[in-house]
Design a protein around this ligand. Structure first.
Ligand SMILES: [Zn+2]
Length: 218
């Protein structure tokens, strides 16, 4: 057995700094010390992760500012054909109205007015809105909108009372009231959504045209 190496001053200082005793004995750490050491470790890990995330983000960053990029690219004249939300809504309205009137009509394109039951050719019919389109919730609603004749739609308030009676007769008592409540909520559709709706209903109209060409004959 080799004799124990005498402790040098610097080694003693290091051991004491590390909290270690002599001859391989160690000062046992107290629980709070263990916890705070673990916390420090977690904190260090979190800091390392934050650094990595920061580094990854800076890689994604463009080397030119948006202003510089714009200056590099030829200024593009503002497209005149860019569609506003209001225009998109009109397109969706028109396609939806056409689809609903065609769908309600027979092979010869004749539908019956939802209110007065008079026969009318789909392309002379109107899509009657039980409530104004302003709230937008019922704008494309299959119960809140019904094909009808120009006369009924032109009556004051769109002949609302008879419209309500017909709604309840068709879909069950309380329908008109339920729709009125629903009409007071707001539905906001984006331009993209409206354009998609317009396209969807246009495609449906196209399909009807292929399958029932008679509806389109005069
Ligand atoms: Zn009518």
């Amino acid at each position: 057995m080799s004799p124990l190496r005498p402790y040098s001053k610097s080694r003693l200082a290091r051991l004491s700094k590390e909290g270690r005793g002599l001859n391989g004995t160690f000062a046992a750490k107290t629980m709070p010390e263990i916890i705070s050491a673990k916390q420090a470790q977690h904190e260090a890990t979190r800091a390392a992760i934050r650094d990595l995330q920061k580094a990854a983000k800076s890689l994604d960053k463009p080397t030119v500012t948006p202003e510089e990029a714009r200056a590099l690219v030829k200024p593009r004249p503002k497209k005149k054909e860019e569609i506003t939300r209001a225009q998109a809504e009109k397109l969706a309205d028109a396609a939806y109205s056409q689809f609903r009137r065609l769908e309600a009509s027979d092979d010869n394109g004749i539908l019956r007015c939802f209110i007065c039951r008079r026969p009318v050719k789909w392309n002379r019919a109107h899509l009657m809105h039980f409530h104004t389109r302003a709230g937008r919730t019922l704008r494309f609603h299959d119960q809140g909108t019904q094909p009808g004749c120009r006369e009924c739609n032109g009556k004051p308030n769109g002949d609302r009372d008879n419209y309500a009676l017909r709604l309840d007769a068709e879909y069950g008592a309380g329908t008109a009231e339920r729709l009125t409540i629903e009409s007071k909520t707001m539905t906001k559709r984006t331009t993209i959504e409206l354009l998609e709706m317009a396209r969807d209903y246009r495609l449906r109209v196209e399909r009807i045209k292929e399958e029932s060409p008679n509806k389109f004959s005069k």
